[in-house]
Write a protein that binds this ligand. Sequence first.
Ligand code: GRF
Length: 205
Amino acid sequence: MSDGVGSDVIRIGVLASGTGTNLQALLDAGLPIVVVVVDRPCAATGLAEAAGVAAETVERTSFGADFDRLAYTHQVVDALERHDVDLVAMAGFGTILEKPIHDHFGGRIVNTHPALLPAFKGWHAVDDALAAGVKITGVTVHYATLEVDDGPILAQEAVEVRPDDTVETLHERIKVVERRLYPEVLWQLVRREDEAGTPDEEAAT
Ligand code: GRF
């Protein structure tokens, strides 16, 4: 499956919603990203396009009680499938997805979380850490499972909380670590899969 994206085996789909600085770090690291899927208009789309990577918007039309999360999840899976994705990297994706994505990509979905899990799960991890008065928080790169922010941990790194920190200053220092750690971990997974894939490919020729 070699198409010049830097890996003979793995094709990564990134899910993003926000400013996309983690996405940019993954793109800069030369990871074999074949598509970026966003759930709302956001900077990530432009970053993908600037890097020559396909961008798909699966727009979330409701943030209310009428949101059909299951149908939405199927749409995201379809978008990833259209690009033959093998590994899903969540990079600040703002919609919790339902079981179908785990049925489809089980054990092949990775996330970065701006806290030291299992502490401070959820979307407000940085605010919650600051409010709790902890002196150390950090970054967790982990496999994503149906239970939010709960999957097996791949890597963690601590970040000091300074007395004068605001949510913004602390989150930015956390993201500096994420932008280094997340690409490193994803490259390890890609290399491991590439190595695992090689004997089968040779045997098939
Ligand atoms: C990151 O801190 C990520 O861990 C969290 O959302 C943030 C996304 O930042 N889930 P960006 O959009 O990549 O700048």
